[in-house]
Design a protein around this ligand. Structure first.
Ligand code: PCA
Length: 207
């Protein structure tokens, strides 16, 4: 199977992004029979979105798992729904700030993740990793990428699995900001995403 795994570069003044760290640490060796395409995307609402459209059309992947940081989330958040709306509270890293506008003009209001969301949640719980099924991916770039991935995946007869998982910040980000807010160690986030990928592969094999 062809699997796409994306993360994002740091944004909003941070030096790191847990999603990029996970993407860079995932080893192909864990999924030897599968082709894993990894990419850390710029926090740019034009470049990241164009890349996603292109990779879907060119590669026609079987599984697309997109990752991002959710600054105030205490647990791994498996996103259930992408909304066709953008309202950036901060500019992206290139200065784009989109308000009250749709992701895809002709798109429907919302699209559900096609990842096995409940199975991933159960699998994480089983190994003791704190997680939740989240009903909002926000209105910034992560939601924009998530919606775009789902929208363009619909053009193919071959059904893929496509979805988004948000990760809490890393402990060093919280220390650096001197904030009293949640974080998760990289090893735990990494384990969560390895389990998520494995769960998707098994569910796809089961048809
Ligand atoms: N998180 C942001 C964009 C990049 C990232 O890692 C978001 O939740 O939209």
């Amino acid at each position: 199977m062809k699997i796409i795994l994306t993360g994002f570069e740091p944004f909003n003044g941070s030096k790191v992004n847990p999603s990029a760290e996970v993407v860079n640490r995932i080893t192909h060796g864990l999924f030897p029979e599968h082709k894993l395409i990894r990419r850390v995307l710029p926090v740019d609402s034009v470049v990241a979105i164009d890349w996603m459209k292109r990779v879907i059309l060119d590669q026609q992947p079987d599984i697309i798992i997109m990752l991002g940081e959710a600054s105030l989330r205490p647990v791994v958040s498996i996103e259930k729904i992408a909304v066709n709306w953008m309202d950036f509270q901060i500019p992206d890293n290139s200065g784009n700030q989109l308000f009250d506008t749709s992701v895809v003009k002709e798109g429907t209001d919302g699209l559900f993740s096609t990842l096995p969301v409940s199975e991933i949640f159960s699998a994480l719980k089983t190994v003791g990793i704190p997680a939740e099924i989240s009903l909002t991916a926000g209105a910034f770039l992560c939601n924009q990428l998530f919606y775009t991935g789902l929208f363009y995946s619909k053009f193919f007869e071959k059904k893929n699995q496509c979805g988004f998982i948000h990760l809490p910040p890393l402990p060093e980000q919280i220390v650096e900001k001197d904030a009293a807010s949640p974080s998760m160690h990289i090893e735990l986030s990494l384990k969560a995403i390895e389990i998520a990928i494995q769960t998707c592969i098994e569910s796809k094999k089961a048809g």
